[in-house]
Design a protein around this ligand. Structure first.
Ligand SMILES: [Zn+2]
Ligand SMILES: [Zn+2]
Length: 330
């Protein structure tokens, strides 16, 4: 007799998650089945649940920062039961389009994403394409590793786009910023943290992580910045960040969704300032960042919820009720 799994399922965007019992799925060719031990909650999950991202698979099990132990393998899979792996947002890339061939599988035309087009980690079991599972460093436990798989990884890709910027602005001091601030400090960069006006909790949190300056997102920093990364999904921050960076500086948009960017005078962009976005991740980013995270080591602030309280975790994220990253434990 086959076992059962439980999952928190989104049936329609804009409706609360529903708990479901399902038959335990068997891994197909090239797939592994994971017994999930932790799954972090990402702002992208909120965008999926709120219907801000087009055409999710429905019903969908959200969640794309999954840590677990392989408990069954499909035919033709080199992995073995008992291996501990992570499943990130990039769940599939074709391997032969022009982007994949150029090392940009994050932009693959056929890419499929965990917790969006593939059932994800708000569950106690899941299936994954074994080629897109990441090996995990042993230095961090499952609870503290899960947030690295998107907040850390996408944040790291943003940091790479900031080049050698030494004065680095971070707009939105949530899960991604708290990890990337530590990497940036380790690289001897100075952090300028921008938080929601009046959010004293986030401001204090940024200070504990060594920010050189902390201010509200509508404030001008005391020095011109070399680059700024925007993690908050707020389009108004783009022209504000442009005004905070020096000539030749960069503004990097790290989120998958943002409210419309208001118009602004060309002179704010002029002076060879750049605006760019970061989309998804590559497996190479994952390996590089996880290696770095183990070396530092990163201190990961988590806020834990039992799986059945996934909706509370999403609501708390929307309202900014915790610092760091929420993690669901089955
Ligand atoms: Zn491709
Ligand atoms: Zn994410």
């Amino acid at each position: 007799m086959r076992g059962e799994m439980s999952a928190m399922v989104l049936r329609q965007p804009g409706t609360p998650l529903v708990r479901e019992q399902r038959e335990l799925p068997e891994p197909g060719p090239g797939q592994v089945r994971l017994r999930i031990t932790a799954c972090a909650v990402c702002r992208t999950d909120l965008h999926v649940v709120d219907g801000e991202l087009p055409d999710p698979k429905l019903p969908i099990i959200p969640g794309h920062e999954i840590v677990g132990i392989i408990d069954a393998v499909g035919p033709g899979t080199p992995r073995r039961p008992g291996e501990r792996v992570g499943i990130p947002w990039l769940g599939y890339a074709c391997g032969h389009c022009e982007y994949c061939r150029a090392g940009q599988e994050n932009l693959c035309d056929q890419a499929r994403f965990t917790g969006y087009q593939i059932d994800g980690g708000y569950a106690d079991y899941t299936l994954a394409d074994e080629r897109f599972c990441l090996e995990l460093p042993s230095q961090l436990d499952d609870l503290h590793t899960a947030p690295l798989l998107c907040a850390g990884l996408i944040g790291y890709r943003c940091l790479l786009k900031a080049g050698d910027a030494m004065r680095l602005g971070l707009y939105g001091f949530g899960a991604a910023a708290h990890l990337i601030a530590q990497v940036a400090r380790h690289q001897r960069r100075d952090i300028y943290a921008f938080v929601r006006p009046g959010d004293e909790h986030a401001a204090a949190f940024a200070r504990t992580l060594g920010a050189r300056w902390v201010g509200a997102s509508d404030q001008t920093p005391p020095e011109q910045l070399d680059a700024a990364i925007i993690f908050a999904p707020v389009g108004e921050l783009v022209p504000r960040a442009l005004r905070a960076v020096r000539k030749g500086g960069r503004v990097i948009c790290g989120g998958i969704h943002m409210s419309p960017i208001p118009g602004f005078p060309y002179e704010w962009l002029w002076g060879e300032r750049q605006i760019l976005s970061v989309a998804n991740l590559t497996r190479a980013d994952g390996r590089e960042f996880l290696r770095l995270a183990a070396q530092l080591p990163l201190s990961v602030q988590v806020h834990r919820y039992v799986l059945s309280h996934a909706q509370n975790a999403l609501d708390d994220l929307r309202a900014g009720r915790y610092s760091g990253a929420a993690v669901l434990i089955p």
